[in-house]
Design a binder for this molecule. Structure first.
Ligand SMILES: CCCCCCCC/C=C\CCCCCCCC(=O)SCCNC(=O)CCNC(=O)[C@H](O)C(C)(C)COP(=O)(O)OP(=O)(O)OC[C@H]1O[C@@H](n2cnc3c(N)ncnc32)[C@H](O)[C@@H]1OP(=O)(O)O
Length: 216
């Protein structure tokens, strides 16, 4: 993955451009799943507008596209799809947008959990929550360094997340030790008053001998 670097108002702004990570052979412009759609509730829209405004000067808006599968299928001859973007029905599963703040080494994700993610009746499945945490910490670590693999993820579920609700997932780089990135993550209600889940993860850049995401 390449990050382009632009000087803007004396600040360095990193732009994540999907065109850099897609091969030229990709037949059409992929749908950008991080743009608003009709399934987004009021809270999701308000938060999206809030963070999107913040990106104007000092942050980066990540375009999380569904293109991974189509890209990979050309290479590994499979029907792979990025797990969190493989359900086409808007609002049915993982609706989310990631915002990466360069200054505080912090990533914020707005996540609206759809009806296909049910675990305990009326609430979000723990595996779906861990998936989103893994996605946020993995993307965060990858954008701070190079593509990583999650080696270790510890998740503590503190209070259930109501199905259909919107939550904030915030990740922070705690420590960088060689090629290991230690990241902590909190899932809270959108006003921050209720803690749903806490997690810590270790995401190293794979060594040369390991089977990392080198094909990316
Ligand atoms: C993929 C990222 C792409 C990014 C693209 C961004 C664009 C945005 C687009 C789309 C976003 C999508 C984002 C999704 C993100 C999802 C992330 C995942 O779910 S990854 C799948 C689950 N994880 C695995 O399958 C790993 C399996 N394990 C391995 O492959 C290896 O064990 C690996 C690579 C983790 C390490 O292997 P070694 O050979 O490279 O290196 P060694 O020496 O074994 O470990 C390195 C250091 O890490 C520690 N370590 C290893 N395993 C550990 C563990 N389980 N717990 C704690 N530390 C561990 C070791 O002690 C070592 O530390 P010392 O350097 O000696 O200090």
């Amino acid at each position: 993955m390449k990050l382009s670097k632009k000087k803007k108002n004396k600040q360095t702004v990193f732009c994540f451009n999907v065109q850099h990570v897609l091969p030229k052979i990709f037949p059409r412009k992929p749908r950008d799943f991080s743009l608003p759609n009709s399934s987004w509730g009021k809270e999701m829209m308000e938060l999206y507008n809030h963070y999107n405004r913040l990106t104007a000067d000092q942050s980066v808006y990540l375009c999380c596209v569904s293109s991974g599968g189509a890209y990979l299928s050309k290479i590994i001859q499979s029907k792979a799809r990025l797990f969190t973007r493989n359900i086409r029905d808007p609002g049915a599963a993982f609706e989310y947008v990631l915002f990466f703040r360069q200054d505080k080494l912090k990533c914020v994700c707005i996540f609206q959990a759809g009806h296909l993610l049910e675990g305990p009746p009326g609430h979000v499945h723990g595996g779906a929550i861990a998936t989103m945490i893994d996605t946020v910490t993995g993307t965060h670590a990858s954008l701070l360094s190079a593509p990583v693999m999650t080696a270790n993820l510890n998740v503590n579920y503190r209070s259930p997340i109501p199905l259909g609700s919107t939550v904030l997932i915030e990740s922070i780089l705690d420590k960088e030790d060689g090629r290991k990135m230690y990241i902590s993550c909190r899932v809270t209600s959108t006003d921050g008053s209720k803690l749903h889940t806490e997690a810590t993860g270790n995401c190293p850049q794979p060594g040369e001998s390991s089977e990392g995401p080198s094909h990316l």
